[in-house]
Design a protein around this ligand. Structure first.
Ligand code: DX5
Ligand code: ZN
Length: 216
């Protein structure tokens, strides 16, 4: 399988959200990456259910929802109703991760777990077989447009080794500072999904940039 591209709508023009969603529909992107921030787990607030529902109304590709929030369990059902197809919670914000993963799946969504740059891959050893996705953060979560932390490359390799040692089938996604250079290294290291926000939406032709990332 060739790697997947998930443009992050955090960097889109919110005054023209339908236009940007249609650009992604008409591109070679595979998923919509949707960042939800609560101002508690991360020092920023993005958007919530009404915006996700608005994206879902126009999107013709899966919604990959990345929760950067505390108390995710409380909102899992509402994210399912809002149209999330993949729902990812942060390891650092989860007290009963195994339960949260089962809860996500019980609502018909794929379950992902995100790791901050300081969190070692080993913490997933006893839950990896239950996961559909591991999200390696290559920046500290909270903002688009930050510099790539290159240790993420090692973490992709470690995650790949863990998945094959345990016989899991989780996809490995990387988020933060992805461009053509870092993206190439990540794909070579075994990343299955590349998220890109500012690199896509800050370019002259977002659609061509998505195609370039897809062609890596
Ligand atoms: C950061 C978000 C990312 C962000 C990536 O907390 O999780 O998805 O949109 O933005 P870039 O690609 O600009 O680093
Ligand atoms: Zn994200």
């Amino acid at each position: 399988m060739s790697h997947l591209i998930a443009p992050s709508v955090l960097s889109c023009d919110f005054a023209n959200i339908q236009r940007d969603v249609e650009m992604i529909n008409n591109s070679t992107a595979d998923w919509f990456h949707v960042d939800v921030m609560d101002g508690v787990f991360v020092p920023n607030i993005s958007f919530g259910f009404p915006v996700i529902k608005a994206i879902k109304k126009h999107a013709n590709k899966p919604l990959d929802v990345h929760l950067m929030i505390e108390n995710a369990d409380q909102y899992v059902e509402e994210f399912a109703k809002s149209g999330a197809d993949v729902l990812t919670v942060h390891f650092e914000a989860s007290r009963h991760l195994h339960r949260t993963v089962q809860l996500i799946k019980s609502h018909g969504m794929k379950a992902g777990v995100a790791l901050n740059p300081h969190t070692t891959v080993d913490v997933l050893k006893d839950v990896i077989q239950d996961l559909d996705l591991v999200l390696i953060m290559s920046v500290n979560p909270g903002f688009g447009g930050q510099k790539f932390i290159s240790n993420a490359i090692n973490k992709v390799k470690e995650t790949k080794a863990l998945i094959s040692a345990k016989g899991g089938n989780a996809l490995i996604e990387v988020d933060g500072g992805v461009n053509l250079d870092t993206g190439k290294e990540l794909v070579e290291a075994g990343a299955d999904v590349l998220v890109a926000g500012s690199f896509v939406f800050g370019s002259d032709s977002p659609k061509d940039t998505i195609a370039a990332l897809k062609a890596l």
